[in-house]
Design a protein around this ligand. Structure first.
Ligand SMILES: C[S@@+](CC[C@H](N)C(=O)[O-])C[C@H]1O[C@@H](n2cnc3c(N)ncnc32)[C@H](O)[C@@H]1O
Length: 263
C-alpha cells in the first residue's frame, strides 16, 4: 500500500513490513489483549505508581509501549496528562478510543524517542517496549547493541531534571526457575523465546513467537546508571500486586524506579 502523504504515518493502514515483531501479534489480538489476566490489575498498579511517583492532577506522564492504553486511561481519569506511545498501529487505535481528556497517543518506536525534558515521569510497564526490543524480527542484532539501554536513555531524556522513570521488567530468576516446555531461554542474551498461541476478538487462535528480555536487579541498576539515572527503588512485583517488596526469586517482574538528577 502506498502511504497517503497528506496524513501522518500513524494514520495510515498497517505497514506491509512491520518495524517490530509485536505488531503482528497486536494486529491479531486487538481488544482481546485486554482479556488476559495480567491486564486486570491496572487500577492497583496505577494507584501504587501514583503514590510512589507522587503524581498529582496536572502531572505529565509518558507511557512507553502503552499498548491499548490501560495505564494511560487510568492515569487520565485521575487528572494526569498522558502521552502514550506504541509501535503497534492497532493498539494506538484502540488506545485512542475512549481516551479521557488530556490523554493522547502516538505511534512511535521506543528506540527513537524524541522527547526532551517534557514529562514529570516516564513509564514502561508490563514489558512495554523496554523488555521487548532484545530479540526477534525487527530488533536487529541485539547481541551487538544495547537495545534496552537505548529505550531507557530515551525515557531518561524525556523527563525533566528531577523527573522519574519507572519500568517493570521480567525477572531472569523467575523465568529460568519456572521454565516451561514452550520456553527456550537464551543464556547469552538473557532473552526467553516462547512459542504460544493467541486468540483474537472472534476467538480465532494463531500461533505466535514471543521474545522477552529478562533481567536481574543488578542489570537493571547498571542500565539505569548508564542512562544517567539515580536508582531510588528496585522491587519484586506481580501484575496487579505492586508492593514495596525487596527483590526475590519467586516473583515474575522487577519494578525499577530511578530519577533524573535535578540541575
Ligand atoms: C506486553 S505489551 C504491554 C502494553 C502495556 N504497557 C500494558 O501494560 O498493557 C508491550 C507493548 O510494547 C510495545 N512495543 C514493543 N516494542 C516497541 C517499540 N520498539 N516501540 C514502541 N512500542 C513497542 C508493543 O507494541 C506492546 O504494545
Amino acid at each position: 500500500m502506498t502511504p497517503d502523504p497528506n496524513v501522518t504515518p500513524d494514520q495510515n493502514e498497517a505497514s506491509p513490513t512491520p518495524d517490530h515483531w509485536f505488531e503482528t501479534v497486536a494486529d491479531h489480538l486487538g481488544a482481546a489483549y485486554l482479556r488476559y489476566s495480567f491486564t486486570k490489575g491496572t487500577e492497583q498498579e496505577v494507584a501504587f505508581l501514583v503514590d510512589v511517583l507522587d503524581l498529582g492532577p496536572g502531572a505529565r506522564v509518558l507511557d512507553v509501549g502503552c499498548g491499548p492504553g490501560r495505564h494511560a486511561h487510568a492515569l487520565g481519569r485521575r487528572g494526569i496528562e498522558v502521552v502514550g506511545v506504541d509501535i503497534s498501529r492497532r493498539f494506538v487505535e484502540l488506545a485512542r478510543s475512549g481516551a479521557p481528556p488530556g490523554v493522547r497517543f502516538e505511534r512511535a518506536d521506543a528506540r527513537e524517542l524524541a522527547f526532551d525534558a517534557e514529562f514529570d515521569a516516564a513509564l514502561s510497564l508490563c514489558q512495554g517496549a523496554f523488555g521487548l526490543v532484545g530479540a526477534g524480527p525487527g530488533t536487529g542484532s541485539a547481541a551487538a547493541v544495547d537495545p534496552d539501554g537505548v529505550v531507557l536513555a530515551g525515557m531518561a531524556r524525556a523527563v525533566r531534571p528531577g523527573g522519574v522513570v519507572a519500568v517493570s521488567a521480567f525477572s531472569s530468576y523467575f523465568q529460568v526457575g519456572y521454565l516451561e516446555d514452550a520456553d527456550t531461554f537464551d543464556a547469552d542474551r538473557g532473552v526467553n523465546h516462547e512459542l504460544t498461541s493467541v486468540r483474537n476478538e472472534a476467538g480465532e487462535e494463531r500461533p505466535v513467537d514471543l521474545w522477552t528480555s529478562c533481567f536481574t536487579p543488578r542489570e537493571l541498576r547498571l542500565l539505569a546508571v548508564g542512562a544517567g539515572l539515580q536508582v531510588e527503588h528496585l522491587w519484586s512485583v506481580t501484575p496487579g500486586a505492586y508492593h514495596r517488596d525487596p527483590p526475590r526469586l519467586d516473583r515474575p517482574e522487577f519494578l525499577l524506579v530511578a530519577r533524573r538528577p535535578a540541575l
